[in-house]
Ligand binder design. Structure first.
Ligand code: C2E
Ligand code: MG
Ligand code: MG
Length: 661
């Protein structure tokens, strides 16, 4: 299902509020700054105007005084008066210059007009008077008269202009303060609008976020309803089909099997009809829980509808192992259910299909499992049937075997044999590998290949493994005590399922303490697949074993598909080269063995060649620098007492091996 909403669409309230607050602070700062500048201008403007007006007033007074001075000079006829008048004119000129140049508001106030109108008069008067001084005589009186008239005229004009400037200044001040007021008003309005907008935005944002969250929630609910059963919360049919299809394509890539269980309750209709739907619903819920208890962590239960359930069992070594889980589900479902204080019995019929045998697509597998389920019903219910009768027979045998192994463990039918391991250089016995045997009361000695996988699939290997370890350590501790052969080590096979089941330092220490076997004489053989497992706990556990002084060997090296880099990551110290490399059918190509030995030594690992059956193989391995050998040629696996006599002879030596120089 495609996602309706993306997480990134969610408005984060804190971020948006912070952004809005920053915006408000920035705007307020700008407004505050503008406001302050305006206030400064407001305060400065009247002062500037009053200074300017005062200068113009001084100019008008000076013009008046000039007029008087010219009049006095004309009346006294004193030539000295000319120079006084000229000085006054200079001062007026300077003042005019200052007024026209120094003030910013000249254009507004019309000061340029003052300059333009008064300056020519001042210029004329000055010219005449300067001429008058140089040509002092009868014409001087006439010059002074003209100058006096001109000065009078200029004085009057200056007074008129002063009046105009005063009026203009008042109106400028008025207009300016009106403009400032308007501006301030606009500012306040802007700030208010911005605040309102911000609040609206925040509210909208919060609302949007709420709607987005609500949408997301309903999207999750829709998705959940589309994929899960509301009564049991188990995946529903479409969801199951999807998982089944994925598992089928995975099993095409890996050499593994996928199995499918189709479960139908045996008495559900009767219970539902007689005791009511609430009763039926409660039963379905409890059935769902019991099925989940019976399966592995990697399996998937789902409810197809009504009283039909399916279980997907991916990554099985053999499809036949599905029968173990079917059996365990049936055992749980035949137990009584307590529903609203009543004891109810149900039971179920199960149909099983495996991929690729019974179909290689989800629908065919499901259809065939359904048919197998009806076959189980026909056969008297509370049982399982595979799609093919051969598989059902095989499963019956398989389950018999499981029952038998349980009995064997309980009744002490399991035994251990020990196979010697020799060092090629010293040609002496350096260790023994404990190998499981089953002394069947009717069938005689059974080798592990026939029952280990069943025990692994049913989980019984966890108990068997602990039994093997305890028994092997007990036997070997006895040899050590009697000093039969003090320098050997004991190799014990540990299955992956044991690690998955929680085999750890605690269990191992307990066995070593119980038996008195030293940790540094123990070698645990693990499989390559264990190194490939994603479970980080395994690496931790192996690391702890190494710290205890225990050695770790990779068994059957070269048969799995482990990436070689794992050898560096895991605390491994020995490689047991698989016998398929040693017993070569086609020609004598030892290059792979040579490569493994070279690599192992490069990584500081010891090598043991497994399945050595001939003197030639031993000689070749010795030449290639292999450290140890184990095989029928040197010694078959023997019961504990025979190993004892072997070491008691004090001749635990390798035979027929050319010693390397
Ligand atoms: P393995 O750990 O690789 O053990 C070596 C197997 O090779 C033994 O088979 C041994 O009898 C056999 N063998 C030794 N030398 C020769 C030879 O020269 N030629 C041939 N053809 N075979 C030779 P066995 O005892 O049948 O065990 C088979 C496998 O069962 C073991 O392979 C091991 O993976 C598993 N196994 C045995 N005992 C235990 C146990 O206690 N626990 C677990 N988890 N697995 C065990
Ligand atoms: Mg082994
Ligand atoms: Mg092996």
């Amino acid at each position: 299902m495609t996602r309706i909403l993306d997480n990134s669409l969610l408005v984060r309230p804190l971020t948006s509020i912070a952004l809005v607050a920053m915006l408000l602070i920035a705007t307020s700062s700008v407004i505050y700054y503008v406001q302050k500048t305006l206030s400064d201008i407001e305060e400065a403007l009247p002062i500037m105007l009053s200074h300017q007006e005062r200068d113009i007033r001084v100019l008008v007074n000076d013009m008046g005084r000039l007029e008087q001075s010219i009049g006095l000079t004309r009346a006294s006829g004193n030539a000295l008066g000319f120079s006084v008048v000229i000085r006054q004119i200079d001062e007026i000129e300077q003042l005019l210059e200052k007024i026209s140049e120094n003030y910013h508001l000249n254009d507004l106030l019309g000061v340029s007009t003052i300059h333009a109108r008064l300056n020519p008069a001042v210029f004329d008067i000055k010219n005449w008077l300067t001429n008058g001084i140089s040509n002092f005589g009868p014409t001087s009186a006439h010059t002074l008269k003209l100058a006096e008239q001109r000065a009078k005229q200029a004085h009057e004009e200056a007074e008129v202009l002063l009046l105009q400037v005063g009026e203009t200044a008042i109106s400028v001040l008025h207009a300016q303060s009106e403009r400032i007021e308007n501006f301030r008003y606009i500012m306040v309005l802007t700030l208010a609008a911005l605040t309102i907008m911000t609040i609206v935005l925040v509210l909208l944002g919060l609302r949007l976020q709420r709607s987005v969250l609500a949408l997301k929630e309903s999207e999750e609910q829709i998705r959940y309803r589309a994929n899960y059963d509301s009564l049991t919360n188990l995946p529903n049919r479409p969801n199951f089909i999807e998982h089944l299809s994925e598992a089928i394509s995975r099993s095409r890539r890996k050499p593994s099997h996928t199995a499918l269980l189709f479960i139908d309750l045996d008495r559900f209709k009767t219970i539902n009809d007689t005791l009511g739907h609430d009763f039926g619903d409660e039963l379905i819920k409890q059935v769902a829980v019991r099925i989940q208890e019976a399966i592995r962590e990697t399996d998937l239960v789902s409810r197809l509808g009504g009283d039909e359930f399916t279980v997907l069992l991916p990554d099985m070594i053999d499809g036949i192992h599905a029968s173990v889980i079917a059996k365990s589900i049936l055992d749980r479902l035949t137990e009584p259910f307590m529903i609203f204080g009543h004891e109810v019995y149900s039971g179920a019929s199960i149909g099983i299909t495996t991929c690729p045998m019974d179909g290689d697509d989800a629908h065919t597998l499901l259809k065939n499992a359904d048919m197998a389920m009806y076959e189980a019903k026909d056969q008297g219910r509370n049982t399982f049937r595979f799609f093919t009768s051969q598989m059902t027979d095989k499963a019956r045998h398989f389950l018999e075997l499981d029952k038998d192994i349980r009995r064997a463990l309980a009744e002490d039918e399991l035994q251990l044999h020990f196979q010697p391991i020799y060092a090629l250089r010293s040609q002496t016995l350096v260790g023994v590998e404990a190998l499981l045997r089953w002394e069947h009361p009717k069938e005689g000695l059974i080798l592990p290949a026939e029952f280990i996988t069943v025990a692994e699939e049913t989980g019984l290997i966890e108990d068997i493994g602990l039994w093997v370890l305890r028994r092997a350590c007990t036997e070997a501790a006895a040899w050590l005590k009697r000093d039969l052969h003090p320098d050997f080590y004991l190799a014990v096979n540990i299955s992956m399922r044991q690690f998955k089941g929680g085999f750890d330092r605690k269990q191992l220490t307990q066995i070593l303490d119980e038996t008195g076997f030293p940790a540094d004489k123990l070698l645990l053989e693990i499989t390559e697949s264990l190194l490939m497992d994603d479970d980080t706990r395994i690496k931790d556990v192996l690391g702890r074993f190494r710290k205890m002084g225990i050695r770790i060997a990779v068994d059957d090296f070269g048969t799995g598909y482990s990436a070689l880099s794992y050898l560096r990551e895991f605390p491994v110290n020995t490689l047991k080269i698989d016998r398929s490399f040693i017993q070569q059918d086609k020609g004598n190509d030892w290059s792979l063995v040579e490569a493994i030995i070279t690599m192992a030594h490069g990584l500081n690992l010891m090598t043991i060649a497994e399945g050595v059956e001939t003197a030639e193989q031993t000689a070749m391995l010795s030449e290639l620098g292999c450290d140890m050998v184990q095989g029928f040629f040197h010694c078959r696996p023997l019961p504990a007492d025979e190993i004892e006599s072997l070491t008691a002879l004090k001749l635990p030596r390798l035979r027929a091996v050319p010693v390397k120089s």
